[in-house]
Design a protein around this ligand. Structure first.
Ligand SMILES: [Zn+2]
Ligand SMILES: [Zn+2]
Length: 213
């Protein structure tokens, strides 16, 4: 089980950094609850990314404004999230069929079988859409092979961060069994910030070459 607060403490040498991640975690956790109160998204067609074809976007945005969410990026996020929850199992053609982004989280779950369970790896987009994932395969450029990645494993092994040597893309892997959807989503929100920051400090090995992106 991932305890998000303990995880951020382990990743951040500086308490302010852990606070920032906790703040983002809380925001995404709160937004998951807000989703329940928003109007259903209506799609104008089946074109991908699906979230771009939401015809009542303004209605959803207005409902978010009433709850204090005005940031356009968060509005886009909430809309993609609504669509992703409603249209599960849309076939994927590379990028996320719901919001068009590249998955940033691999979720490892034990899939129960008749006599034993087998691990299953899924590539999860920030909108919550999950598609197929290959072992040691970059979701961004497709480069594959263990040697193509720098891997950082957080204390207790609850989190791995991968950096693709071919394209520099960073993504994380967590165990998903003990996480509720809401917790997983909040954790993903906070981890995405970590991945964007470049993870230099959080990796505990000084500033990453090239600094933050
Ligand atoms: Zn998506
Ligand atoms: Zn790559």
């Amino acid at each position: 089980m991932v305890d998000a607060r303990e995880l951020f403490k382990a990743l951040c040498p500086d308490p302010r950094c852990a606070e920032t991640f906790s703040g983002v975690y809380e925001l995404f956790y709160w937004l998951e609850g807000v989703l329940e109160e928003l109007p259903e998204p209506r799609l104008s067609g089946a074109g991908q990314p699906l979230a771009s074809g939401v015809e009542n976007r303004e209605e959803v945005a207005e409902a978010l404004r009433l709850r204090g969410v005005e940031d356009e990026a968060l509005v886009d996020y909430a809309i993609a999230r609504l669509v992703s929850r409603r249209y599960k199992g849309v076939p994927s053609r590379g990028r996320c069929p719901v919001c068009g982004q590249v998955p940033t989280l691999l979720v490892l779950r034990e899939k129960p079988g008749i006599s034993f369970s087998t691990p299953e790896l899924r590539a999860r987009c920030i909108c919550g859409y999950e598609g197929e994932a290959g072992d040691f395969t970059c979701p961004n450029c497709g480069a594959a092979g263990r040697e193509n990645f720098e891997v950082y494993i957080a204390p207790q092994g609850s989190l791995k961060v991968f950096e693709c040597r071919s394209c520099g893309f960073r993504f994380a892997e967590v165990r998903g069994d003990a996480l509720e959807e809401r917790e997983l989503q909040a954790l993903h929100g906070a981890l995405r910030l970590l991945l964007k920051l470049g993870g230099g400090e959080a990796r505990g090995r000084g500033a990453a070459p090239g600094g933050t992106r």
